[in-house]
Design a protein around this ligand. Structure first.
Ligand SMILES: [Zn+2]
Length: 91
């Protein structure tokens, strides 16, 4: 897999969030701290966002070709779809 600098950064975000989840969950369970467990759950959401970002960067990095002569349309990039679906909920 040939990763660009952007893909590597998004991949590092997945790795760091996974580590944070494991560390905070372990610390929360050992100490019985509800706030640390809540933080671990918060990082699960961050991990989901990091996965969407990683896939989006990979899709948007695809070169143009016969199927998409002007590059991948923004609607096919997962982060665009996520924003499109969540925007009405926020407004
Ligand atoms: Zn966060």
């Amino acid at each position: 897999m040939n990763l660009t600098r952007k893909s590597k950064a998004a991949g590092f975000s997945i790795l760091s969030n996974t580590c944070l989840i494991l560390l905070k969950l372990a610390a929360g369970l050992i100490t019985g701290s509800v706030s640390l467990i809540a933080e671990a759950i918060h990082n699960v959401m961050d991990l989901a966002a990091a996965v969407v970002a990683f896939v989006s960067v990979r899709v948007s990095d695809k070169p143009s070709g016969n199927k998409h002569p002007f590059g991948v349309p923004p609607i096919l990039v997962p982060s665009t779809m996520r924003d499109f679906l969540l925007f009405p909920l926020v407004v």
